[in-house]
Design a protein. Structure first.
Length: 371
């Protein structure tokens, strides 16, 4: 069944006594993807600056080259590298690299990842299914919708805008993760990061009295097929130590599921992000629900909804809301080539508070290449 899932199940890792690597050769593998979007946008709202104009046709590019060489030794251990180079805007920082990590895996004990990568909790999550590549379950929608103009907490890796969250939004930091082998469809994972900088490189020395530190994440991922029915469930929990006086330690938890039967898949998620601030300021939560249909032939169809909230911390300040609806279709044109069409209606505002509303209608198309 054709579907785009923003979740990753772990594969097996083994730890055994090292043996000489005499005749082995490196598999110098690489791949990547590119999505090119063209969309018409109609944006309006009281939060937009006077005289501004966000309407019309715009484009969006999302692309990466992924280098993943590996070697399997005589003892069964596989050592690998994963380096992901952003294809535009130096998206991974000054060098354009956002993820760079080592893997050690085998058939009996699980898999180890060491380096700049998302947590086991993040990689275990599941949310509403979809078939097109302009996500409403992500701040990526801001490429067409000027939601940041409202300043309402719509941020990267926060629960208001996505099911795929990180503690302190510590995306791709230097960490170590371990995943168990697959036990009848179930994989468990745990991660540790010494500090919470976003897209950090080497950790160096860390003053844990000055930054978010000692970040632990756990995740569980289950996927199994029973006859013509498939079940996929993901759950995560994460926390860290904050040095900020008056704040409690941040916590994140989330759960999501998808059920497939015949050519249909339905699913959704709930996520909650407690950043530890007094009065709950900045705490976020979200939920999604959607369905896909894999029609006979080359077309697949989708319909989904996402709702997110950001707490302003005081009853008089209200709660920032984000609502987005998407319908779309994707046609398989050939190996690694898809054509998407989609329509999105989205809004972000603080109900009852003047000057906070931004809404957008987005009608677009995209070509997605994966290789």
């Amino acid at each position: 069944m054709k579907k785009h899932l923003l979740s990753t199940s772990a594969i097996a890792l083994g730890v055994a006594a090292a043996a000489p690597a005499s005749a082995q050769e490196w598999n110098l593998d690489w791949g990547g993807f590119m999505s090119q979007h063209v969309a018409w946008v109609d944006a309006s709202g009281t939060a937009l600056p006077a005289g501004s104009d966000y309407d019309g046709v715009d484009t969006h590019n999302n692309s990466e080259i992924i280098f993943s060489p590996s070697i399997t030794l005589d003892n069964g251990l596989t050592f690998g590298v994963n380096i992901q180079m952003e294809g535009n805007n130096n998206g991974g920082g000054a060098t354009g690299i956002d993820e760079s990590y080592m893997t050690i895996s085998g058939d009996t004990l699980g898999r180890i990842e060491i380096g700049n990568e998302n947590s086991a909790g993040y990689k275990s999550m599941v949310a509403a299914p979809g078939v097109t590549s302009m996500y409403i379950n992500s701040p990526s929608i801001s490429t067409f919708m000027p939601n940041t103009a409202a300043g309402l907490g719509f941020g990267f890796r926060g629960a208001m805008a996505s099911a795929y969250t990180e503690v302190g939004r510590n995306n791709d930091v230097n960490r170590i993760s371990y995943y168990t082998p697959d036990f009848n469809g179930l994989t468990l994972g745990i991660s540790y990061a010494s500090r919470g900088n976003v897209n950090a490189g080497n950790t160096f020395s860390v003053n844990k009295n000055a930054v978010l530190s000692d970040i632990f994440d756990i995740g569980a991922y289950y996927s199994q097929t029973f006859g013509t029915t498939s079940v996929t469930i993901g759950a995560r929990y994460g926390t860290g130590d904050t040095p900020v006086a008056g704040f409690s330690d941040p916590e994140i938890w989330a759960i999501g599921a998808q059920v497939g039967f015949a050519d249909f898949t339905v699913g959704g998620h709930f996520a909650q992000d407690d950043n530890g601030a007094p009065n709950g300021a900045g705490d976020q939560e979200s939920w999604s629900f959607g369905a896909t249909y894999d029609a006979p032939g080359a077309w697949s169809f989708e319909a989904l909804y996402f709702h997110g909230e950001n707490d302003n911390g005081l009853p008089a300040a209200g709660t920032n809301d984000y609502d987005a609806y998407r319908i779309g279709a994707s046609r398989d044109l050939g190996p690694g080539v898809d054509w998407d069409i989609y329509a999105i209606q989205a809004e972000i505002d603080t109900p009852g508070v003047a000057g906070t509303d931004v809404e957008a209608t987005i009608i677009g198309t995209a070509i997605n290449l994966s290789f």
